[in-house]
Design a protein around this ligand. Structure first.
Ligand SMILES: NC(=O)c1ccc[n+]([C@@H]2O[C@H](COP(=O)([O-])OP(=O)(O)OC[C@H]3O[C@@H](n4cnc5c(N)ncnc54)[C@H](OP(=O)(O)O)[C@@H]3O)[C@@H](O)[C@H]2O)c1
Length: 246
């Protein structure tokens, strides 16, 4: 398959280029400037519409403002679109939803299979322990822009769904701040080169349950994104998530 990787020079994009090339796909890259990685040519962003003419699928791991613009170009070209970028404001998500009316769009805040399993386990754990206090901690490398992570938000949504309510998301605590029953604490750490860790803690009745996922390399995201692109080719226009591809 001919695959366009947008954000090819990035930490995750570079891994996607290597993973897709290793599977025998014909890969071209796009970034803000031209370059060359893993023997793959990387073209500047303005070239995207030309590259889309021959593309079978696009994988985009960039920044929300860029993905928002790419969504329009990819929809115009009619190419299946896998989006790993996180941290979207409402307008960026609207652009992706608009695109999904004409092309298949698969967006996931985490392409690790273990995180898909974690979301299911979270729902089961929260349902089984209805009165327990819940706190979420996530850790990422010091270059991550959005906080909390897209995966943290997906876990928080899963907790709300399981509790059938919207818990008050309390981002850190300081000073005189006793915990309310309606709260879920959200704690964000940024340090070093941590690929991504998420821990949900449930405590009550003199016991503690922790559910943790840790990505040990970015390859796990790359493999999931390429799996998603391979699956998305030939699908009807619409909105898909990584669970659909699995
Ligand atoms: N869904 C998942 O499983 C998952 C996993 C990991 C990361 N992510 C998300 O993926 C995104 C990228 O993460 P990262 O750590 O790989 O970031 P990164 O290392 O900073 O790389 C960002 C890439 O985007 C490119 N870029 C930036 N602005 C652009 C624009 N306007 N047009 C085209 N390309 C542009 C950069 O190109 P230049 O270097 O040329 O500027 C670079 O190639 C983030 O939103 C992150 O949260 C998602």
């Amino acid at each position: 398959m001919r695959l366009v990787v947008v954000g090819a020079t990035g930490r995750t994009g570079g891994e996607i280029v290597a993973e897709a090339g290793g599977r025998g796909h014909d890969v071209v890259g796009v970034a803000t400037s031209s370059d060359s990685i893993e023997d793959v040519r990387v073209y500047p962003n303005e070239k995207l519409p030309e590259l889309l003419v021959e593309a079978d699928a696009v994988i985009d791991f960039t920044v929300p403002e860029a993905s928002r613009a790419h969504a329009e170009a990819v929809a115009e070209a009619g190419v299946p679109y896998v989006v790993g970028t996180t941290g979207f404001e409402e307008a960026g998500l609207d652009a992706l939803w608009d695109a999904s009316e004409t092309i298949p769009v698969l967006k996931a805040s985490n392409f690790a299979r273990g995180v898909q399993a974690l979301l299911e386990v979270v729902a089961a754990g929260v349902e089984a322990l209805p009165e327990y206090d819940i706190e979420l901690t996530e850790t990422h490398h010091n270059g991550k822009r959005d906080a909390p992570s897209g995966t943290a938000n997906a876990i928080l949504d899963a907790v709300d769904e399981a509790r059938e309510t919207e818990l008050d998301r309390t981002h850190g605590r300081e000073g005189d701040h006793p915990r309310e029953d309606s709260e879920i604490g959200v704690h964000v750490r940024r340090a070093g080169n941590v690929r991504g860790e998420h821990e949900l803690l449930l405590a009550g009745n003199d016991e503690v349950l922790t559910l943790t996922h840790r990505a040990e390399s970015r390859r796990v995201f790359a493999a999931g994104a390429v799996d998603a692109a391979e699956w998305l080719v030939g699908k009807a226009p619409g909105w898909y998530d990584f669970g659909d591809a699995l």
